[in-house]
Design a protein around this ligand. Sequence first.
Ligand code: NAD
Length: 488
Amino acid sequence: MNAASETVRASNFVGGEWVGAGSGRTYQRENPAHLDEVAVIAPDSDASDVEQAVAHVAEGYREWASTPPEDRADVLLRAADLLAERADALAVELVREEGKTLAEARVETRRTPQNLRMYAGECLRLQGESYQAAGTAMVLTMRDPVGVVAAITPWNFPLNIPSRKLGPALAAGNGVVFKPSELTPLLGQRLVEALLDAGVPGSALALVHGHAEVGKALVSDPRVGAVTFTGSTAVGEAIHGNVPPWVRTQLEMGGKNALVVWDDADLDKAADLVSKGAFGLSGQACTGTSRVVAHERIANGLLDRVMERARAAVVDDGLRDGATMGPLANLAQHEKYDAYLRVGAADGGRLETPTHGCAPEGGYFARPAVFSGVRPDHRLAQEEVFAPILAFLTVSSYDEAIETVNATSYGLSAGVVTASLDTALRFARDAEAGVVKVNQPTTGLAMNAPFGGWRRSSTQTFKEQAGPSMMQFYTREKTVYLTPEDPA
Ligand code: NAD
């Protein structure tokens, strides 16, 4: 092992201190590109660790809530600076822990401080309203923090997604108990370290590592005022059933995103957009393209070009020069990929690209797989795989294209590639999705725009990332009536 591959020990942050799990138990997270290398050893926490963390933050967050908003903004700006200074080291750790390529990791380490800078501004933008009242009386509204926010996140953007939750939650003066994915404890911890180093008080922030047990205990704790979760639809739906009815939830979940390629599209550009959305991040982006819906007049030409790009992918350790796709995140992801290769064939799809015997060994590597001949009712067109498997569907009319795009229970991201403004506008109107892209990959989001899915991709109550409803999620509106003692 060289210095860069030494095992790192992660800790919980509970009660203002770095500690292990109360039980003393730990678990290991392997480097998904080198299974013989332990990237991180982390506390394997349980409900009693959560109980302590919530108790401490429920009591302690008021110190942070009463910090002047301009000072809270300064702290978030300092945290952003620290993350930017640490970006090179973070990018390498991200590759080792999660499996992205270094180039993909750098996009994330650059975006995360940018997010915190944007949320610093939100500290100063929180405002209430006043209403007409009789005489010298006043009626006004103010926005209070909700208290304790539970933040539960997936592994695929282990810095960026948590920053989109901890940033606005802290900007509003809340305390946060954060449970990162068990696959990426270290990157979750790096975000917390930067926030604490920048001046977030230890009374307002807790970090509890571990598995589903930790998340379950956290969302069902009655002292938690808001649950913000990003992850799979199955887990999101389970959380929905476990949260007390008075607690607000923001559940951002899975997708089965389609990119329509119309008969007037430039096929080389369209194939670039398809392969970026389908194979970027090794197919492990929530907004990744898992279905292509091609007009029959250009379907063969597009398929040839997408296959060319799939064959050209360099699947390898993300730290190696030239790697364009890192490994899948873990064994479960790899088993799912293998299972859906079988499902795709059993349903009658044709696997157009060789997948076995040509990926590197020693990690959870998977080559891009393109299935042609897929029909809308095939499982490959309905179920989220979260791997580089692309279902290729063919249609002959606009109505059939829209029907196909909307024929899943998800509604996260949908796109169209076309030279026609008319087709683009119709598509933007007709697609049943929270994000619609025209001549762009289904992946990639503007950080300053609202984000969230429709249907089973989201609770759809409050948007994440930006926009007017984002801070509403992290604050409670209070209506205050004021009358002078002597109203004369
Ligand atoms: P996951 O649902 O398995 O886990 C997400 C988090 O929930 C983890 O921290 C996990 O430990 C925790 N958890 C598991 N069971 C729990 C329970 N019963 N109660 C509370 N917490 C529990 O998801 P994942 O595998 O980490 O991530 C991949 C999924 O996330 C994909 O479905 C992807 O589409 C989705 N995702 C969605 C978005 C989005 O913004 N819509 C973004 C990224 C990823």
